[in-house]
Design a protein around this ligand. Structure first.
Ligand SMILES: Cc1cc2nc3c(=O)[nH]c(=O)nc-3n(C[C@H](O)[C@H](O)[C@H](O)COP(=O)(O)O)c2cc1C
Length: 188
């Protein structure tokens, strides 16, 4: 069976984003496992806020179609999403909403998803992780694996090599091993 392709991105485009740091860490750990990994930034897939009138007039934006095509090129997708007010952030939700309007969101039903979240708070964006899971599972009918990466106190969570420390590293590796295994199921 050929190796699965994995796509990684953060739900934040902020300079110095804690979730971009998590995404970069995930890319390094996956690459060390010999997986084919693509790392993108949502800055390159800018989309207007979803608006039904706009969709009626023009359909989904080109960047939603491009990102959807990129989802199709990979079997496993890791999203590192921040937490705003105990929930999913507008950027993550808007991105998912627009892609769900391309081909009736079929891509969500044919890929393995894994979630991560980083915050300087004590909960490690856990409520955003659960909210994003709800959107993907209940809204988009996606497979979202149980294993996640939650990084509390994220500014202090990494060692000098940029790796998560101790138990957090083990738990992150379990999540990434599971993503590779789950993504393999979608390799044709
Ligand atoms: C509007 C807003 C609401 C926030 N709410 C939460 C929250 O509920 N829980 C939390 O842990 N952090 C919260 N934060 C802090 C973010 O976790 C922090 O800004 C984080 O760095 C954002 O992710 P990023 O670094 O990847 O951009 C909030 C930040 C903003 C701007």
């Amino acid at each position: 069976m050929s190796e699965p392709k994995l796509l990684v991105f953060a739900g934040s485009v902020r300079t110095g984003s804690l979730n971009e740091t998590l995404a970069s860490f995930v890319v390094r750990r996956l690459t060390a496992r010999a997986a084919h990994v693509s790392h993108i930034s949502l800055t390159d897939y800018d989309m207007p806020l979803y608006n039904g009138d706009r969709e009626k007039a023009d359909g989904p934006p080109e960047n939603a179609k491009k990102l959807c095509a990129l989802f199709y090129e990979h079997q496993g997708i890791f999203i590192a999403g921040p937490e705003y007010n105990a929930g999913i952030t507008p950027l993550t939700k808007n991105t998912i909403d627009w892609i769900s309007r391309v081909e009736k969101g079929a891509v969500f039903r044919s890929r393995a998803f894994a979630l991560g979240g980083a915050s300087d708070g004590r909960l490690g964006a856990y409520r955003s992780l659960m909210a994003t899971r709800q959107v993907l599972e209940l809204g988009c009918n996606a497979f979202v694996q149980p294993e996640m990466i939650s990084v509390p106190q994220a500014s202090k969570a990494y060692d000098a090599n940029g790796d998560l420390v101790d138990a957090a590293l083990k738990s992150a590796d379990r999540c990434l091993d599971a993503l590779i295994a789950n993504a393999k199921r979608y390799v044709s």
